[in-house]
Design a protein around this ligand. Structure first.
Ligand SMILES: O[C@H]1[C@H](O)[C@@H](O)[C@H](O)[C@@H](O)[C@H]1O
Ligand SMILES: [Fe+2]
Ligand SMILES: [Fe+2]
Length: 303
């Protein structure tokens, strides 16, 4: 079935409202997006008073000050070594049991629940796309960077939305105002529209702010996953809300990105709106996901 999804004008951060073009999505079996999250607020509402509003803003302040070109280069160099651990995908899922994401206003459950909730929700609507189920299960595994074994990175270097560094920051970025304190903001090499990049260069050529997306992409790719390119794209850019939700930075994408973006926008619905207090029984669904892991990954991966 092919249906057209209605794309409302979406406001992110304090930024402007940007219309997103209408997209034809491949198929949709009617996942109903809830209007409010488990705390009775609309999703991704960073401005309204709530219990965690201030701590989330402080999280983004730190993130925005520290995510510079130089920082990203250093992180990429360090983590491409993949010399921190050897373990299976499922072992990593279990490690995430102990972490709560401090950037996330919509969820305070352990991360493993978020992985299972999003995977089970997408599995229900896309029963035949097993690669999509596994992509959902692993998309946030990069948050293992919070673990002592992985250098105990602070939350601002692991979670939250991402954006490109090396070019001007877009106003749609959550808590954009704090980016004024980022040293790159005053660097004439980095603060123009295209910065160090060329128009249409493709997302592959951008340096994104460092975090769980880019790290997990590295891990999957270097360990030679057989997941399709769309899966790797989802993993790498799922936190790039300025692009996939607000339509910013479109001048960097190429033809391939455009195709992959359609899958990312499907995926995002499940990533965001499956967040709830209703827990998935991990033991019950484990055999199914183990079979997918076996199909698409080696038994042990380098992390
Ligand atoms: O707070 C959330 C969380 O950290 C997610 O894992 C990330 O993908 C989102 O972009 C972010 O807004
Ligand atoms: Fe994420
Ligand atoms: Fe997620």
């Amino acid at each position: 079935m092919t249906i057209a999804i209605e794309q409302p004008q979406i406001e992110e951060g304090k930024g402007k409202k940007i219309p997103i073009e209408s997209k034809e999505l491949v198929s949709d079996s009617g996942f109903v997006t809830p209007e409010t999250n488990a705390f009775g607020q609309t999703f991704r509402n960073y401005e309204t008073e709530s219990e965690r509003k201030d701590s989330v803003e402080e999280f983004y302040r730190m993130n925005h000050i520290h995510q510079t070109c130089e920082f990203v280069k250093n992180m990429r160099e360090e983590y491409i070594k993949l010399n921190k651990a050897k373990m299976s995908i499922w072992e990593c899922c279990e490690l995430l049991n102990e972490f709560v994401d401090e950037s996330d206003l919509d969820l305070d459950e352990p991360q493993i629940q978020h992985l299972l909730q999003s995977a089970e929700a997408i599995r229900k609507d896309y029963p035949d796309e097993d690669w999509l189920h596994l992509t959902a299960l692993i998309h946030d595994l990069g948050k293992v960077l919070l673990h002592p074994k992985f250098g105990l990175l602070p939350q601002w270097a692991v979670v939250g939305d991402t954006f490109p560094v090396g070019c001007a920051f877009d106003e749609s970025i959550v808590h954009y105002k704090h980016l004024k304190e980022n040293p790159d903001c005053n660097n004439p090499q980095y603060n123009t529209k295209f910065g160090v990049y060329a128009e249409g260069c493709g997302l592959d050529n951008l340096m994104m702010s460092w975090g769980h997306d880019d790290y997990m992409y590295m891990v999957a790719k270097e360990n030679k996953t057989t997941l399709p390119p769309a899966a790797l794209f989802i993993i790498r850019y799922h936190s790039f809300y300025p692009l996939h939700r607000s339509g910013a930075y479109k001048y960097f994408i190429n033809k391939e990105d455009e195709e992959n973006l359609k899958w990312l926008q499907i995926f995002n619905k499940y990533d965001l709106y499956s967040k709830s207090k209703v827990r998935v029984d991990a033991e019950k669904v484990k055999p199914y996901y183990l079979s997918l892991i076996e199909k698409y990954f080696p038994p042990k991966l380098r992390w």
